[in-house]
Ligand binder design. Structure first.
Ligand code: ATP
Ligand code: MG
Length: 274
């Protein structure tokens, strides 16, 4: 089972959008996915379900309840075939206080998510667990970073964002030291690229510095993708296809998903799906 985190300490660069879109595409390819929204903002839950985390449906089942009761499984909801999710909740902000209350010693707190995810890993319930986090450096996010098997470092082709890559990679290295099985960096994913000269220069600089670690696919800024975050992910028709505009808008994310699967040595589709 792949436990994947798509992140960087930088806000508004497309982390949540990429995680939700990859969740849908990998599910379309036949993989069974659990999406866990660990960001108090709850944008992933909104994008995935078009409902706010304050919706009555999420009041009893969410990430805060999961941490409160040390139990993820009871907080899983079904979105559609191949996609389950744990909704976000603003109170996950209280993670540090919850660790105090549980009397978990400070050196064990980084291992909390590892413990929380263990029953799902042992039962191989999913092919992928995809987590979404806020862009901050916090105990919650550190515990998640230490609990995953694979990282994708997501960045915009923009100077401030790219400057955070090294610091994020350094932290991943630090967490690898406390993991039983050290996690892998699958790659650096550059995205939301626009057509400015500066954007190309920044992109070339990242390739020069990180070489093969950078995914070949660079996702672009597309208005359709902004629309999906508000209106929901598009559906496929009876023949299992997206309409032409949607498949065009999603084509680079589709290619990125293929690259991710190739780097994981997994088939591009599972069980004969598209
Ligand atoms: N490829 C894209 N094309 C156009 N708009 C995009 C794209 N990816 C993301 N966006 C838009 O950019 C904004 C920020 O995206 P998103 O919420 O995914 O970023 P984030 O890094 O998760 O932010 P945060 O750090 O606040 O969690 C959103 O309005 C989203 O719809
Ligand atoms: Mg986000």
């Amino acid at each position: 089972m792949v436990v994947l985190l798509n992140s960087l300490y930088k806000g508004g660069i497309g982390k949540t959008s990429n995680s939700v879109i990859l969740t849908h595409i990998l599910a379309d390819k036949g993989y069974k996915i659990l999406f866990i929204d660990c960001d108090p903002q709850g944008n992933g839950t909104r994008f995935l379900t078009t409902k706010s985390t304050t919706d009555v449906e999420f009041q009893k089942k969410n990430i805060f309840e999961a941490v409160k009761h040390d139990e993820l499984k009871d907080n899983i909801l079904k979105l559609k075939e191949n996609i389950d999710y744990v909704p976000g909740n603003e109170n996950i902000n209280l993670f540090e206080r919850m660790m105090d209350r549980k009397k978990i010693p400070s050196d064990k707190r980084y291992l909390y998510f590892n413990m929380l995810l263990q029953p799902l890993s042992q039962e191989e319930m999913y092919d992928f667990i995809i987590l979404d986090v806020s862009p901050t450096k916090s105990l919650l996010n550190s515990s998640i970073m230490a609990g995953v098997t694979h990282h994708i470092v997501t960045s915009q082709s923009e100077v401030f964002s790219v400057e955070m890559i090294q610091s994020y990679l350094n932290d991943i290295k630090e967490f690898r030291a406390i993991q039983q099985i050290p996690s892998e960096v699958l790659g650096i994913s550059l995205g939301m690229r626009d057509w400015t000269k500066l954007s190309k220069q920044v992109h070339d600089l990242v390739i020069h510095h990180y070489g093969d670690l950078v995914f070949n696919t660079v996702t672009k800024r597309k208005s359709k993708i902004t629309e999906y975050a508000a209106a929901g992910f598009p559906s496929r028709n009876k023949r299992g296809l997206y309409n032409v505009k949607d498949s065009k808008a999603l084509s680079l994310h589709w290619r990125l998903a293929d690259e991710i699967l190739m780097r994981l040595n997994l088939p591009l589709s599972k069980g004969g799906e598209i």
